[in-house]
Design a protein around this ligand. Structure first.
Ligand SMILES: NC(=O)c1ccc[n+]([C@@H]2O[C@H](COP(=O)([O-])OP(=O)(O)OC[C@H]3O[C@@H](n4cnc5c(N)ncnc54)[C@H](O)[C@@H]3O)[C@@H](O)[C@H]2O)c1
Length: 253
């Protein structure tokens, strides 16, 4: 029960890594708000974990205000936020159109900024001020994906958002820790779409990490749990990977 009595909000929690995080947080005693644009799947996950579904589009400022008000009315506090929702574009620098660029930028980077801003304001008003925020990056925060320029750009941006916000919170003495979590290839819908189109991608995704397999969502959730828990009390502004050694690999070796 490492999150006993804590109130947590996870975006994009209707599937994949976000769903696994919601499940693990609930198992560890948290009251979990499953926030997503996908209502039916979100409500199912919320019911299964004994939590609550929130219809929240991370790009919409008013949705963040409504979500914070909803949680404040019921609990008067928020202890943890995981900015997990993200989308991909599959467009390279020579093919991307402005509409796709702006949409992925809005979901993957503006969304986490709005989430950090809203959560920090609420965490500062907690009876005992403080909290923990985790922003989902990727191995593409450190390594370029040629076939997705905007995904790579937003995931690199998550590093800057996390560092700036974390240092501000620490220097102001707000007792709010903010870290980024960088998964390697993980077996979720984002990749299953590619595999359905081209079955040979399964072998390529597995081979990307020296461990020779993709991560399971629960293996990413375990790191998110550590980062929001009180055990991570000296961790802020950090970038934490769970990538099976992918980022440590010399290309071609
Ligand atoms: N799967 C991987 O290999 C992998 C690798 C590195 C990083 N990540 C990161 O992990 C996170 C989760 O990815 P996943 O693989 O579980 O993806 P997923 O597609 O399974 O889940 C994403 C969820 O986000 C929701 N969502 C999309 N747009 C939204 C919006 N505007 N507002 C609210 N919710 C929205 C979707 O409905 C979905 O439930 C993402 O940040 C992703 O970039 C994934």
């Amino acid at each position: 029960m490492r999150l006993k009595d804590k109130i947590a909000l996870v975006t994009g929690a209707a599937s994949g890594i976000g769903e696994a995080i919601a499940r693990r947080f609930a198992q560890e005693g948290a009251t979990v708000y499953v926030a997503d644009v996908a209502q039916a799947a979100g409500e199912r996950v919320a019911a299964e974990v004994g939590g609550h579904f929130l219809q929240l589009d991370v790009t919409v400022e008013a949705d963040w205000s409504a979500a914070m008000q909803h949680i404040a009315d019921r609990h008067q506090r928020l202890d943890a936020l995981v900015n997990n929702a993200a989308i991909i574009s599959n467009a390279s620098i020579d093919s991307i159109d402005l509409q796709s660029w702006n949409r992925v930028l809005a979901v993957n980077l503006t969304g986490p900024m709005l989430g950090c801003r809203a959560a920090i304001a609420m965490m500062r008003r907690n009876a005992t001020p403080g909290g923990s925020i985790v922003n989902l990056g990727s191995t593409t925060s450190f390594l370029g994906l040629p076939n997705d320029v905007i995904y790579t750009t937003t995931k690199t941006g998550v590093l800057g958002l996390t560092r700036s916000a974390a240092v501000q919170c620490a220097r102001q003495g707000w007792n709010i820790r903010i870290n980024s979590l960088h998964p390697g290839t993980t077996d979720t819908a984002i990749l299953q779409g590619h595999i359905a189109q081209d079955p040979s991608m399964l072998g390529r995704f597995n081979a990307m990490s020296p461990m020779g397999r993709m991560a399971q969502p629960r293996e990413i959730a375990a790191l998110a749990l550590f980062l929001v828990s009180d055990e991570a009390s000296y961790c802020t502004g950090g970038a934490y990977t769970a990538d099976g050694g992918l980022g440590a690999t010399h290309p071609g070796m």
